[in-house]
Design a protein around this ligand. Structure first.
Ligand code: PEP
Ligand code: MN
Length: 354
């Protein structure tokens, strides 16, 4: 999938700019400073999906002329969020190069379809469309939104991972739950994926580490919030970097090559494949023994679930895990699944016999 060349900065894709467009001066000054550090696509929200109605809601359509002026003066492409048909029609009229669908919009298939319908009916070139993840960790909902846009004829399409609303994300604002992004990557390997470390972090001091983690994981690029004077920002002040800070962050990043795996890597991959086979063979053997135990319990009238026995097994395995350098939480979760499956196998055996 070909994205605009201006989105590329060195090895990666990059979109940066303020959370919100606030004034003509703020947009132009931020754009110029970002252009100087090699940012090719300027983002700025015009319509802001704020939680509370008494906070800054965005400048709306008025800010479009600031963005187009910034594009004229710097040669950058411009990007903004669209959530309703009115937003999209205004952005199309201004020939906005990149539009993104925000996390709250992607959570609503009716809203996504309404936007897709407008794009499907549009003659001529369509903008690049970025689709953020929905606020809940539901990969199918994310894929569904991407499909609606693909079906509408959008071919310059990319996903943006911005983390998920969760009660357990501290110190981050949104929980990364990387596994959801990895599931999307496995499902749609051709789809370019950006990470938005600003909304995951919620704190400018944490943005760089998340950005690096995303590149280490194989993301194709980043969307980062940057404001000429973050302390005066009208939205998301705590997570925005100055263009100078962004320049420092970018020069400190270590991009990762896609490329073919080396012989050395393949050697270790074969070892992992062997471990995986042994793991499943051991699990299968364990389940066979469990079924025998199930038959004995039934013969002797003993309940399938024996909490004390499970506690003992778990305590012993956690001790072993510590000695082997395995994470306790990980091992506890694996054992909860193994125990659950073992109980099902014992019950299943019983039902099969009936
Ligand atoms: C934004 O990018 O400023 C924004 C509101 O994003 P999200 O939809 O990820 O919250
Ligand atoms: Mn924001």
């Amino acid at each position: 999938m070909e994205l605009p060349a201006r989105m590329r900065r060195g090895e990666m894709l990059l979109v940066a700019g303020p959370c919100s467009a606030e004034s003509r001066g703020q947009v132009l000054r931020t754009a110029e400073a970002l252009s100087d550090i090699g940012v090719g696509v300027l983002r700025a929200g015009l319509w802001k999906p704020r939680t509370h109605p008494d906070t800054f809601q965005g400048v709306g359509v008025e800010g479009l002329s600031w963005l187009t002026e910034a594009r004229r003066k710097t040669g950058m492409l411009i990007a903004t969020e669209v959530a309703t048909p009115d937003h999209l029609l205004a952005a199309l009229d201004a020939r906005v190069d990149v539009v993104w669908l925000g996390a709250r919009t992607v959570a609503n298939p009716f809203a996504v379809q309404a936007l897709a319908d407008i794009l499907a009916a549009r003659e001529g070139e369509l903008p690049t469309v970025l689709v953020k993840n929905p606020i809940s960790p539901d990969v199918e909902l994310w894929i569904g939104a991407l499909q609606r846009l693909w079906n509408a004829g959008v071919r310059r399409l990319a996903a943006v991972h911005r983390g998920f609303v969760s009660g357990h994300s501290a110190p981050l604002r949104n929980a990364p739950q990387w596994e959801v992004a990895i599931a999307l990557r496995c499902e749609c390997p051709e789809l370019p994926m950006l990470c938005d470390p600003s909304h995951i972090a919620g704190d400018c001091a944490l943005v760089a580490d998340i950005a690096q983690e995303a590149l280490d994981m194989g993301f194709d690029g980043l969307m980062i919030e940057s404001h000429i004077a973050p302390e005066h920002a009208l939205s998301d002040a705590s997570q925005q970097l100055t263009p100078e800070q962004l320049g420092t962050l970018l020069s400190g990043l270590r991009p990762r090559r896609k490329g073919d795996a080396s012989e050395e890597l393949n050697l270790f991959r074969r070892q992992v494949d062997d471990c995986d086979r042994e793991l499943l063979e051991t699990l299968a053997r364990r389940m066979e023994v469990v079924e025998r135990i199930g038959r004995i319990k039934r013969r002797d009238g003993i309940a399938v679930v024996q909490p004390d026995r499970f506690k003992q097994v778990l305590a012993r395995q956690l001790e072993l895990a510590a000695a082997l350098g395995l994470d306790a939480d990980f091992v506890a979760r694996v054992y909860a699944l193994v125990h659950d499956q073992a109980a099902k196998r014992q019950l299943g055996d019983e039902q099969n016999d009936l």
